[in-house]
Design a protein around this ligand. Structure first.
Ligand SMILES: [Zn+2]
Length: 462
C-alpha cells in the first residue's frame, strides 16, 4: 500500500509548483514516531484476558438476565464499566464513563427491554466537540436469535471488538488527543442495531461532531470457513454515497461525480494509508459497500444520523462459528468459542484502530466548504474554509477510476489554490488539513457529497 513520500512528490512536481510547495516548510505530513510505537503496543495477553472474561458470562444476549453477577448481559456490562473505570484510575481519571440507555421493543425484542451501552470518553484538549469513536458490541447470540438462555460465548462476534475497544482505551489513555476519543461497548446489535441507535442519539443530543466511527465487529479470526488463512488483511467497509443525501444533492452528485467519495469512503482510504505507513505486513482491503452483502452493523445508525462511519471486520469469516448453538454435527464443531481467536491478528487490528484514532485526533478537523471550479479551462481551482489548528493544507487528486489518492501538493496556509495544467475533467480532487507537527486529516471531496460535517436526515425522513 502507498506510503507517504513527500520528498518524492516534491521531486516529481513541475518547477513552478515545486517552488510553491517548498515555501511552507511546516504543514507537511510526515511519519510519526508515536504512531510507529502504537503499531506494536496492543497486548495479546490483555485481549485474551478480556475475551476470557466476556465468554465467562455464559451468554450476553440482550434479553438475558441483568441481575446476576456471574451470567448475562447485566454482569457483562458492569464488568466492562469497571474495566473502563480501572483504566481511568491509571491515568488520573482521564476517562468519563457513561451508560446511556433506551427502552426498545421490536421484532426481536418482544417485551420492552432496556438496551444499555457502556462508553468511556477521553475529552480532547483542543477541540472537545470533535469526536472520534471506536466501537464493538457486547451482546451475543446462538442459532435462534430469540434464545436468551443457552451459552452464547460470542468470542469473535463480538467480544473481539469489545476487547479491541478496551485495549485501545488502555493504550490511548496516556496519550495526547486534541479531539475527543470515545470507546464504546454497544448492546442490542443482534436484535436490530439498537445500541448503535443509542450511541447515535447520544452523539446528536450532546452536539458531537463525530468525524469518524470505527466499528469493529468480528475482528479476531484469521481462518475462513473456505480454508483460506489470512492474518495480514482486514476489511474496511464504507458506503459510497451519504445515507442522508437529499434528492437535489443526489442529482448534483450523479452528474458531477462523488459516488465513490463519501466521507466514510475517504475515512476508509485514510485507514488504508495508515496501514501502509505504520503496519508492516498488514493491509487494509477496502470494500466499496456499507457492510457485507445483506448484513449490517452498528455503523449503520451513525451513518443514518449523518456521521462518517466504517465497519472493520476480518478478511475471511467462518460461519460455523457465528450465531451457532454449541454442538458437533457431521464431524464439524459449531460455536463462537475462544479457541477460534487469533490473538496476534486481533492485536494488529487493534493497532490499526489506535493509530487511526491518535492520528485523527491530533490532526486538524477536515477542511469544510470545499468548492471546485475549472470548466472549459486548463487549470483547476479549489477553495475551502480554513479550520482551527491547521498550519497548512494539501490538495490531492487521482484518476477517476483509481481507488486511492495518487497525487498530492502542499499549498501552505491558504484557503484556495490553482492547479496549473491539471484539467478538472480528468481527475477527482480533494483537500486535507495538516497540523504544524505533521498530522494530516482525511482527504475531503468537494461539495455536499464529500463533506465530513454532519448531514441530518432531511425533514420527513425517519
Ligand atoms: Zn456482530
Amino acid at each position: 500500500m502507498p506510503r507517504f513520500l513527500p520528498c518524492l512528490f516534491l521531486a516529481m512536481l513541475p518547477a513552478a509548483a515545486a517552488a510553491q510547495a517548498s515555501t511552507p516548510p511546516t504543514a507537511m505530513p510526515h511519519e510519526q514516531a508515536s504512531l510507529h510505537a502504537l503499531a506494536s503496543a496492543p497486548s495479546e495477553a490483555e485481549l485474551r484476558a478480556t475475551i476470557t472474561r466476556l465468554v465467562g458470562f455464559g451468554t450476553r444476549h440482550t434479553l438475558s438476565d441483568t441481575r446476576s453477577d456471574t451470567r448475562g448481559i447485566g454482569a457483562a456490562r458492569r464488568w466492562v464499566k469497571a474495566r473502563f473505570e480501572a483504566i481511568s484510575r491509571d491515568c488520573g481519571g482521564c476517562l468519563e464513563v457513561v451508560t446511556p440507555s433506551q427502552v426498545f421493543s421490536g421484532k426481536r425484542i418482544p417485551v420492552p427491554t432496556e438496551v444499555m451501552d457502556v462508553i468511556a470518553i477521553k475529552r480532547g484538549k483542543g477541540d472537545p466537540q470533535r469526536v472520534i469513536v471506536m466501537s464493538g458490541h457486547l451482546d451475543s447470540r446462538v442459532s435462534d436469535v430469540m434464545n436468551a438462555s443457552s451459552d452464547a460465548p460470542g468470542a469473535n462476534d463480538d467480544a473481539s471488538g469489545v476487547a479491541a475497544v478496551i485495549e485501545a482505551a488502555r493504550q490511548l489513555s496516556k496519550q495526547n488527543n486534541d479531539a475527543t476519543l470515545v470507546f464504546a461497548a454497544l448492546s442490542g446489535e443482534e436484535q436490530g442495531l439498537y445500541g448503535g441507535k443509542v450511541l447515535a442519539d447520544y452523539a446528536v443530543a450532546h452536539g458531537w461532531q463525530v468525524e469518524a466511527q470505527l466499528n469493529n465487529d468480528i475482528v479476531g479470526n484469521s481462518q475462513g470457513q473456505n480454508g483460506a488463512t489470512d492474518n495480514t488483511t482486514v476489511r474496511v467497509f464504507s458506503e459510497g454515497t451519504r445515507s442522508n443525501e437529499t434528492p437535489a444533492q443526489a442529482n448534483y452528485r450523479r452528474y458531477h461525480g462523488g459516488e465513490v467519495d463519501s466521507p466514510s469512503r475517504n475515512l476508509a482510504r485514510y485507514l488504508d494509508r495508515l496501514a501502509g505507513n505504520y503496519l508492516p505486513d498488514f493491509r487494509v482491503a477496502m470494500v466499496y459497500r456499507t457492510d457485507r452483502y445483506g448484513r449490517g452493523g452498528d455503523q449503520v445508525p451513525l451513518l443514518e444520523a449523518g456521521y462518517p462511519a466504517v465497519r472493520v471486520t476480518e478478511a475471511h469469516e467462518n460461519y460455523t462459528r457465528q450465531h451457532q448453538d454449541l454442538r458437533t454435527e457431521g464431524g464439524v464443531r459449531y460455536g463462537d468459542t475462544i479457541d477460534g481467536i487469533d490473538f496476534r491478528y486481533l492485536a494488529r487490528v487493534t493497532a490499526l484502530n489506535t493509530i487511526a484514532m491518535a492520528a485523527l485526533s491530533r490532526a486538524p478537523a477536515p477542511p469544510t466548504d470545499i468548492d471546485i471550479a475549472g470548466a472549459v479551462a486548463t487549470d483547476t481551482t479549489l477553495k475551502w474554509r480554513k479550520v482551527p489548528g491547521a498550519a497548512g493544507y494539501r490538495v490531492h487528486w487521482r484518476d477517476t477510476t483509481a481507488a486511492q489518492w495518487q497525487h498530492a501538493r502542499a499549498v501552505g496556509d491558504v484557503d484556495h489554490t490553482v492547479l496549473k495544467d491539471v484539467v478538472i475533467d480528468d481527475w477527482f480532487f480533494g483537500v486535507s488539513s495538516v497540523s504544524a507537527d505533521g498530522y494530516e486529516s482525511p482527504v475531503v471531496f468537494p461539495g455536499d457529497a464529500g463533506s465530513f460535517e454532519r448531514s441530518p436526515a432531511p425533514a420527513g425522513q425517519p
